[in-house]
Design a protein around this ligand. Structure first.
Ligand SMILES: Cc1ncc(COP(=O)(O)O)c(C=O)c1O
Length: 493
């Protein structure tokens, strides 16, 4: 890969530098790429059984090498069955799942009420193009009501998170007639051609056309308290909102012409998930809402990962007491099946004529049936209290671990949304990415499935199923502590 730093490649490129981005994107050589042979070597030294290694080899020979599994792990385990939060590979080795498909499996696997609804719906209507059907219409009614959007809301269905984000941005630009979308640095909003320009997590936007500035995307800093003010680790300044405001008001604003600002929407994740489960100060969304109101800009909140219970409330934005104009939701919504929705202030979708947007896979009837169970469960009395109790159980265990293990420098948590930051030195907060790699690799061989993240590669987000049983939480904590301890020993901490 390139030797650019994260700061360099997440900065918006001024127009005049477009040519260098063009040069950068076209200057790859085959040396930059991981090859099939590299993956086969990784598989050989992986801790898996023979059958799993065999399947991994077949995957390496036929699937795209850009698959996330090879980025998340040296070799991804090949899972063939699951029971709730327990996954079993093709050698029947068990793993505790603390990733939950980045929340796609928000209720784990094979959650019986969802499975039953899927089987029942499959016997009546599988799918009917992108047309309304009773399950979908009723789901739209429920989502509109649940959204908390001021006034009347309307819903557009889709299939994936990226597709919801693309639709939200398309609708916002059409409604306002303005081109720019401003996004927080480090946010992840998808990896399709339409969303990649919005996704600066780890500079993912750097190598694709149109580049962010060509796609009328601008960035502002994401605030996080732990590293705010630490000049040696930039990118988290709490002053980022002031900078955003200045960029809208300034005489030489890149986002304005003589007739006012050119910004259709500010699009953010309420909490920054794929970057490492970072929770910003509560004032973050309040300030963005105020700025949007003052400048006549729409606020789009990407609740694809924070939405539907993970933060202990239905929506992540509820913690800041703001109301967005548009919400994008997916993942947990489909109960494991592909489904997404954009919920917007009615007038935004009323500015569209029939056929303005088509997705022949949208609002699949089986996925809608699953989504009804998801909403039934989330809104059942006491369910979110239970989610919060499970989150507290995790966090009290983690605090005990942190008291014994200095490398666990910081814990972000709300509900069952938990981000762990690992450091070599708790005072200097020196990031510990190699320690995190060690913890994750040894946990994987011991049957604990952990995500990784962090602006410095030094975070472990915990993404358990919302309904993970206490017994599995305790087993997960036990294993986590064991592997933090082993890694600290190895690194002399
Ligand atoms: C916040 C957020 N937005 C959008 C997406 C894109 O969703 P999908 O992978 O379903 O396209 C993701 C996926 O991880 C996400 O976390």
């Amino acid at each position: 890969m390139s030797n650019q730093t994260i700061e360099q490649i997440t900065e918006p490129l001024p127009k005049e530098q477009q040519i260098s981005q063009l040069h950068f994107a076209r200057s790859h050589t085959t040396d930059d790429y991981i090859t099939e042979a590299d993956l086969l070597a990784r598989i050989n030294s992986s801790p898996f059984g023979e059958t799993t290694k065999d399947w991994a080899q077949r995957s390496a020979q036929v699937e795209s090498l850009g698959n996330v599994g090879w980025g998340l792990f040296s070799t991804p385990p090949i899972i063939q069955r699951a029971e709730g939060s327990l996954l079993y590979d093709t050698d029947d080795k068990e793993y505790i799942d603390l990733i939950s498909g980045f929340s796609v499996s928000g209720f784990g696997n094979n959650y019986q009420p969802i499975t039953e609804a899927i089987c029942k719906q499959a016997q009546t209507l599988t799918h009917f193009f992108d047309f309304p059907h009773p399950k979908r219409i009723h789901l739209a009614e429920r989502l509109a009501k649940l959204s908390g959007i001021d006034g009347k809301a309307r819903v557009l269905f889709g299939t994936t998170g990226s597709d919801a984000i693309e639709s939200a941005v398309k609708a916002a630009r059409h409604y306002t007639g303005k081109p720019y979308v401003l996004v927080a640095k480090g946010d992840y909003h998808g990896a399709t051609s339409g969303t990649i320009a919005l996704t600066s997590r780890k500079g993912m936007n750097a190598n694709y056309f149109p580049g962010s500035s060509d796609a009328y995307v601008g960035f502002f800093g994401f605030p996080h308290e732990y590293r705010a003010g630490l000049k040696n680790f930039g990118g988290f300044g709490l002053e980022s909102i002031d900078e955003l405001e200045h960029s809208l008001k300034g005489t030489f604003s890149p986002y304005a012409d003589g007739n006012g600002n050119l910004v259709a929407a500010i699009l953010v994740e309420p909490f920054q998930s794929s970057s490492g489960y970072y929770i910003p100060p509560r004032s973050y969304l309040k300030n963005l809402r105020r700025i949007c109101d003052e400048h006549n800009i729409l606020l789009i909140l990407d609740e694809v990962q924070t939405g539907l219970g993970r933060t202990g409330k239905i929506w992540g934005f509820e913690h800041s007491e703001v109301r967005p104009d548009i919400i994008a939701v997916s993942k947990t919504l489909g109960g494991g099946l592909p489904l997404s929705a954009v919920i917007a202030s009615a007038q935004i979708f009323e500015a569209w004529n029939p056929t303005a947007h088509i997705n022949t896979q949208a609002g699949n009837a089986i996925a809608c049936a699953a989504a009804h169970v998801v909403l039934d469960t989330l809104t059942a009395p006491g369910f979110l209290d239970d989610v919060n109790r499970r989150g507290d159980r995790f966090v009290s265990g983690l605090q005990k671990i942190a008291a014994k293990h200095p490398s666990l420098g910081y814990i972000d948590h709300t509900g069952i949304y938990i981000g762990l930051e690992f450091v070599l030195d708790p005072v200097l907060k020196t990031p510990a990415p190699d320690l995190v790699s060690e913890i994750r690799a040894s946990a994987l061989s011991d049957g604990l499935f952990l995500d990784h993240g962090g602006y410095y590669g030094n975070r472990i987000p915990l993404i358990p199923a919302l309904n993970m049983p206490n017994e599995i939480i305790d087993r997960a904590l036990f294993k986590l502590e064991k592997h933090i301890g082993l890694a600290e020993e190895k690194f002399g901490i």
